[in-house]
Write a protein that binds this ligand. Structure first.
Ligand SMILES: Cc1cc2nc3c(=O)[nH]c(=O)nc-3n(C[C@H](O)[C@H](O)[C@H](O)COP(=O)(O)OP(=O)(O)OC[C@H]3O[C@@H](n4cnc5c(N)ncnc54)[C@H](O)[C@@H]3O)c2cc1C
Length: 497
């Protein structure tokens, strides 16, 4: 009979970090992942010999990754190069202008002053607000358990003073006048699944995070990051089982977890379980609504979800050396397309495109005379009745037409390979509720204490990490959620449970 142990379900970045941190606390840890490889949203994608990044391309707060290696006496730098980028993003506007920034506060302020001189002081004030939100939202709260209402009450006055109840866009608009810069600095919520018009201003901290520790890209792509982390798991003695889907979390009459049942019918005992899953998938499918309180069931029904994502990964015969690593192409309108995506459930005629061009930084991303890219557009999640069989090819064509007319002339004739990803991929492959790109949306009413707690209120011995939990989506968020669970496990060890 296998010994009772700590099981981690889901090998996304949050699950991997939680497995490593609990292993360092002395637990026997097994990580169960339904797909053949680890990484979830953050994995390498191989197609016809090409390598693409499935998800995160902007690595901020790299120390959170470094810490995982240090726990086992290793150094991240010896396994992987996290390349700092000089230019973080390049934003292109329909009037033909563009704005790029990188570096630290003074350089970004200088770029703002050069682009819109009247907004220099406003940018400084915006950055100061972002810094203060960072101090409370990242330094003080991101790594702390947030399941006691007292924690919320203690920090509410400070959060209100910093305008956390305002949206990101509203806060930006209070400081900046240039409509193009308002779009630029309102973009971060989209990186964690939120509409900038209703995402809490707490997420302004992302901008501070970027310039505090820089923006990095792993040479060898996200695949190389995953290879390094997988090796670290092995070195640390974590048992990793891939192609292993959990279909039920089992508990006893005292509502304490006892183990899991796999899709194969096999049962594995456990006295602690950490779930790195979409919390709604966890509660609705793996635990079952009958084990959830009626109040929680009601709340789950009224949650606001992040958007879906449409991605086109592609390789080109020619290189596009003038295109930066991260480009964002804005359309004529900013707010209206977001309303269509988030509120009306329709694919807008015009949309902002995020273009990732790893070969701009990483020679291993493509052969010397070729290029690889992904183009990403936010779209409605699967709550909208969109027939993706029909919509995907149309969207692909519009995307390529727009890229051909702007940054990538003649791109369609240059294509050597392509892969389309729709919200169905997120639902089927990653078990994401409604195929959302980032779990629940980062609104004020769904952040901190209001977000899914890292210790389940429904079953003892069940912990949660990942994008849907406190502190939230994005690489720094999910890595921090593992630190929260580490603290909770330490508490549980101290109390002998
Ligand atoms: C296209 C895209 C671009 C992004 N870009 C950035 C970026 O540039 N910077 C940034 O910081 N963040 C970015 N993000 C966000 C970031 O990648 C995610 O928030 C983060 O990787 C999510 O990690 P997670 O721990 O929540 O797990 P996930 O990645 O969601 O992984 C969960 C894992 O659980 C597995 N699983 C699910 N159900 C089961 C089951 N029943 N049994 C076993 N296994 C199961 C899934 O297969 C999956 O591997 C991006 C996300 C996307 C989608």
């Amino acid at each position: 009979m296998p010994q009772p142990q700590l099981l981690v379900i889901g090998g996304g970045l949050g699950g991997i970090a939680a497995a490593l941190r609990s292993r360092a606390l002395g637990y026997q840890v097994t990580l169960l992942e339904r797909n053949p490889t680890l990484g979830g949203r953050g994995s390498g994608l191989y197609h016809n010999g090409w390598r693409y990044d499935s998800g995160p391309t902007v690595i901020t707060a790299p120390h959170l990754l470094e810490e995982l290696f240090t726990l086992f006496g290793q150094q991240l730098q010896q396994q992987l190069t996290l390349q700092p980028l000089q230019e973080y993003y390049r934003f292109h506007f329909p009037d033909g202008s563009h704005f790029a920034y990188g570096g630290q506060a003074e350089q970004i302020e200088a770029a703002v002053r050069a682009f819109a001189p009247a907004d220099g002081d406003g940018y400084r004030a915006l950055l100061e607000q972002a810094r203060q939100l960072f101090t409370i939202g990242f330094e003080q709260l991101a790594e702390r358990p947030f399941h006691h209402p007292a924690t919320l009450l203690r920090h509410t006055p400070e959060l209100l003073r910093l305008g956390a109840w305002r949206s990101v866009h509203r806060s930006v608009a209070r400081h900046l006048r240039d409509p193009r810069l308002r779009q630029v600095f309102s973009t971060p919520p989209l990186l964690v699944g939120g509409n900038p018009f209703d995402t809490t201003a707490i997420y302004l901290l992302i901008h501070y995070l970027e310039q505090r520790w820089g923006v990095h890209y792993p040479l060898g792509g996200v695949a190389a990051l995953m290879t390094a982390l997988h090796q670290l798991l092995r070195d640390a003695g974590v048992v990793v089982e891939t192609n292993c889907e959990v279909i039920e979390i089992q508990s006893d009459h005292r509502r304490r977890v006892t183990g899991v049942r796999l899709a194969t019918g096999e049962e594995l005992p456990a006295n602690q379980i950490i779930a790195d899953l979409d919390p709604l998938h966890l509660y609705q499918k793996l635990i079952g609504v009958q084990r959830i309180s009626p109040l929680a069931r009601l709340r789950h029904r009224y949650l606001h979800h992040s958007m879906g994502l449409f991605l086109l990964h592609f390789a080109t015969r020619q290189r596009y050396p003038a295109v930066g690593h991260h480009s964002i192409l804005f359309g004529q309108q900013f707010r209206q397309p977001l309303e269509e995506i988030f509120y009306r459930g329709t694919i807008p005629q015009e949309f902002a495109i995020y273009l990732h061009h790893p070969s701009a930084t990483d020679p291993s991303a493509a052969p010397p005379d070729r290029d690889t890219f992904y183009a990403l557009v936010p779209v409605p999640n699967l709550a909208a009745p969109i027939d993706w069989e029909q919509a995907a090819p149309q969207l692909r064509q519009r995307l390529l037409d727009r890229l051909a007319a702007t940054l990538l002339p003649g791109v369609e004739q240059q294509l050597l390979d392509e892969v389309m990803i729709t919200p169905h991929h997120f639902a089927k492959q990653l078990r994401s509720h409604l195929g959302c790109g980032f779990s629940i949306a980062p609104r004020f009413q769904q952040s901190a204490w209001f977000r899914f707690h890292n210790r389940s209120p429904h079953l003892d011995g069940l912990y949660l990490v990942g994008a849907g939990t406190h502190p939230g989506a994005g690489v720094p968020g999910v890595l921090s959620s593992a630190k929260v669970v580490e603290r909770l496990l330490q508490e549980s060890q101290r109390s002998g449970k």
